[in-house]
Ligand binder design. Structure first.
Ligand SMILES: Cc1ncc(COP(=O)(O)O)c(C=O)c1O
Length: 358
């Protein structure tokens, strides 16, 4: 590939020495599950988002489930989720025992909006999960409005590490936020990982117990929980990468601005300042998308689709489906372009040139 969609090997190679040292220490100290690197990472990650604490766990999907259950969401509670997101956002509601209510997204930003939430809200609505999709931030005034309106706000920040709104980090307006450390995420582990981030100590203690079989003391289990803990090796790896995250985030922002400068207005899904560009997403006519992706592949340029189906079209979600025309139309038109913090400016120019040639 001339311009890969994302080159993790190159990213890791750029900090190979630091990563190898950190991993060697984990092996030497036999820090397998939990342990000092996990505690240290939880502290550092919460601090990077201006939050009191973090409860790490086995994946971003589990972080969402643990956040919902720890916040008291369960049977009989409706939870509003956006129709354009990864399926885990809605799965978590089902795993927590609640009912996902799929709301259409804003036709331009593809994010939840005040209007889209108002449309599906009922007296049984307990919570809303705004997803900071692509690393674009759901406006904080919406989050504040939902909180003021007595909804529990659980931010899905799986794609939005270090993103901000008016300078304030994601995860600081909702009651609780969930992050993913899936390898391709802006802060990615060596495998799966996730974290619940909050200022609410009671909620975090509950999430820590739930991730470890509902345990409150060794071999005492007060409720049925999960086995979803972060490995020492993941935490040690993430601690090293967290030290570089601001620099990589700035690189993503610079590259995204370059894409925007070189492509016609309206071609890219728009973002506001503070976005962290987990994905750089264009919208093209649905009947031309496959041809465009193939033409880019021919020039050795990687692309992806996030996501081809709205939640309302996912077979697994058919019980909760309702028409979501904006998300469904977007699903047929979106095309993710290469975005990698170590991409050269010339790579962006090459992608834009190829796209404009199609
Ligand atoms: C928006 C969103 N929510 C939740 C998740 C789930 O995270 P994980 O893959 O770590 O379970 C992801 C990651 O794929 C995601 O993109």
């Amino acid at each position: 590939m001339r311009v890969p969609f994302l080159d993790l090997a190159r990213l890791h190679d750029s900090i190979r020495g630091e990563l190898e040292l950190a991993l060697a220490e984990v092996v030497e100290q036999s820090w397998f599950v939990g342990g000092p690197p996990v505690t240290a990472f939880e502290h550092e990650f919460a601090e990077s988002h201006g939050r009191g604490g973090a409860a790490s766990c086995g994946s971003g999907s589990d972080a969402l489930t643990l956040a919902l259950v720890a916040a008291g969401v369960g049977h009989g509670n409706e939870v509003i989720v956006p129709s354009m997101t990864f399926v885990a956002t809605a799965e978590a509601v089902v795993h927590a025992g609640g009912t996902p209510v799929i709301a259409d997204v804003d036709p331009a930003s593809l994010l939840l909006s005040g209007a889209s939430v108002a449309e599906v809200r009922t007296p049984a609505t307990r919570a809303v999960i705004p997803v900071h999709l692509y690393g674009h931030v759901v406006p904080f005034d919406s989050l504040e409005g939902w909180r003021a309106d007595n909804l529990l706000v659980v931010e899905d920040a799986a794609q939005a590490h270090l993103a901000t709104w008016s300078g304030q980090p994601v995860g600081t307006v909702g009651h609780v936020a969930a992050f993913s450390f899936y390898p391709a995420k802006n802060l990615g582990a060596l495998g799966d990982g996730g974290a619940v981030v909050s200022d609410d100590d009671e909620l975090l203690a509950h999430a820590r117990s739930l991730r470890d079989h509902g345990s409150v003391a060794k071999y005492r289990h007060d409720e049925v929980g999960w086995c979803s803990r972060l490995d020492g090796v993941q935490a040690a790896w993430l601690r090293v990468k967290l030290r570089h995250l601001s620099e990589w985030t700035e690189a993503r922002r610079r590259l995204a601005a370059r894409y925007r400068d070189r492509l016609p207005d309206g071609l890219l899904v728009p973002w506001e300042e503070g976005a962290v560009h987990h994905l750089l997403v264009a919208r093209v006519p649905a009947d031309r998308r496959d041809g465009i992706a193939a033409a880019l592949a021919e020039r050795e340029i990687g692309t992806g689709i996030h996501y081809p189906l709205a939640l309302s079209q996912q077979p697994a979600m058919s019980r909760w489906a309702r028409p979501c025309p904006h998300a469904e139309a977007a699903g047929a038109e979106i095309l993710s372009l290469p975005m990698d913090p170590l991409m050269a400016d010339d790579d962006v120019d090459l992608v834009c040139g190829a796209l404009l040639d199609t």
